[in-house]
Design a protein. Structure first.
Length: 452
């Protein structure tokens, strides 16, 4: 394990507050310098059981093939957990997924035994394991994004299919078996797949940047066995085109995402109706002038959707979209940024994100955005049967007095100040989970779904 405590490279300074509110402050908290990583290209951050943030850089590290890193939001202490060397993968993209076993899972775009990327596991201490070397062809190649853990406990992911190869939908079982479930076709289901989510209907939703009947990208809906249920093809004209970011499902049940082109100028924020799979443009890039809507969205603890723009002529903007009140531009970043991935909200209430380039050494940086939102709790997996154990992430959990599932008390165990487990109680129904601590009440940022 390559462990580097890089406090020497951390240059912390508070940037100018947005004019819309004095509480809105963006802070550069870690500058990449090559040695400690470089270019966090689509490097989404993941919160661990320890409350720390885990992510990847596309380049840099000991071998210049990218890194897995950890950042402590409490003190901005940063360390490298793993430096890729090519043989074990290279160029990790789009960050990590925390699974219910406490490990993180991710992929690299290149490297491995076939130079076509790997699927890997890494624990919070940096123990690294290659799970699968992609072989190309029907096996898949160039995965660009971490797998997800679905309701059956298995991992599901996609390979991108660069260099004219078709994307694949794959499964990695709890027993360690790799299965290809579906091979995409550019003309129908799309090409260059980036990410997937599981919806509340238990189906998988895969975003493909290009291809499909209109050649402008698709969203394909799958069962967990790889059967296609529906395909949405972006129309290239009235709506957006080239959807780069993974979808999210909001509390209204609908799906939201962003495109890197289309609309009046440089992309849109769109909504996919959960009932009919139809698309509506809800924010056009012309709202802020010339910007690109490449990064994805996050639904925050206040119920609003938050996003950042990539940059370009109009600069990088922070914005939100209320499910009831619509769009608000929260202002441009006061320094240069190319936010190639969307925000994540830590359970301390603060947003975190990365800029692919710029910063002190022009290798990118990690920033925080404090919008004054309150702390909350969230889940490793937001669903489970009565009697199953829910894993809850938060801050200040020591001294917890009660945990309720939609009002029904549950038995619980406090593992640490940032992690507890609770048994889904008899009589529980889908809804919010509330944790009462010695200092106040923490409510989940999403509903916990009680399954049969």
């Amino acid at each position: 394990m390559n462990q580097i405590a890089s406090s020497f490279s951390v240059f912390v300074f508070v940037l100018l507050a947005f004019q819309t509110s004095p509480a809105q402050v963006i802070t550069d908290i870690l500058n990449f310098n090559g040695t400690n990583g470089a270019e966090p290209f689509y490097g989404n951050l993941a919160q661990g059981r320890d409350g720390k943030l885990y992510g990847t850089t596309y380049l840099g590290g000991a071998n210049q093939d990218g890194t897995v890193y950890r950042l402590n939001p409490a003190n901005n202490f940063y360390s490298i957990l793993h430096s890729f060397d090519g043989t074990d993968g290279s160029n990790p993209g789009a960050g990590l997924t925390l699974a219910s076993d406490g490990n993180f899972y991710g992929t690299t775009e290149g490297g491995g035994s076939n130079q076509l990327g790997v699927l890997y596991k890494i624990n919070p201490n940096g123990t690294y394991t290659v799970l699968h070397n992609f072989e190309g062809g029907s096996d898949g190649s160039y995965p660009f994004g971490p797998p997800i853990e679905a309701s059956d406990g298995n991992l599901y992911g996609v390979t991108s299919g660069f260099n004219s190869e078709a994307p694949t939908l794959y499964q990695y079982t709890r027993s360690g078996v790799y299965n290809v479930l579906f091979n995409f076709d550019s003309a129908t289901t799309g090409s260059i797949a980036y990410g997937l989510i599981q919806g509340s209907d238990n189906l998988l939703y895969v975003t493909s940047e290009m291809g499909g009947p209109n050649k402008c990208g698709t969203i394909t809906k799958f069962t967990l066995t790889g059967t296609v249920r529906a395909v949405h093809s972006f129309n290239c004209k009235n709506g957006g085109k080239f959807p780069y970011a993974t979808l999210i499902q909001a509390t209204d049940g609908n799906y939201y995402g962003t495109t890197q082109a289309g609309g009046s100028y440089q992309g849109v924020v769109y909504r996919i109706n959960a009932s009919n799979f139809g698309e509506n443009v809800i924010v056009d890039s012309s709202a802020d002038g010339a910007w690109e809507a490449i990064p994805g969205l996050v639904q925050a603890s206040d119920g609003n959707l938050y996003g950042v723009t990539f940059g370009g002529q109009g600069g990088t903007h922070l914005y939100n979209w209320s499910l009831t009140a619509g769009y608000t531009d929260l202002g441009a970043f006061p320094i240069s940024a190319e936010a190639s991935q969307g925000l994540v909200q830590n359970t301390n209430g603060v947003f975190y994100g990365t800029s692919e380039i710029y910063g002190l050494d022009n290798f990118g940086y990690i920033y925080s955005a404090d919008l004054g939102l309150s702390p909350f709790i969230t889940f490793v997996r937001a669903q489970g049967k009565v009697g199953s154990v829910a894993q809850i992430l938060g801050n200040g959990l020591t001294g917890t007095a009660s945990v309720t599932f939609n009002g029904i008390p549950a038995t619980f165990t406090v593992v640490s100040d940032t992690y507890l487990t609770a048994t889904v109680p008899t009589g529980a129904t889908s809804g919010p989970v509330v944790v009462s601590t010695s200092t106040g009440t923490l409510t989940s940022n999403k509903n916990f779904k009680v399954t049969q």
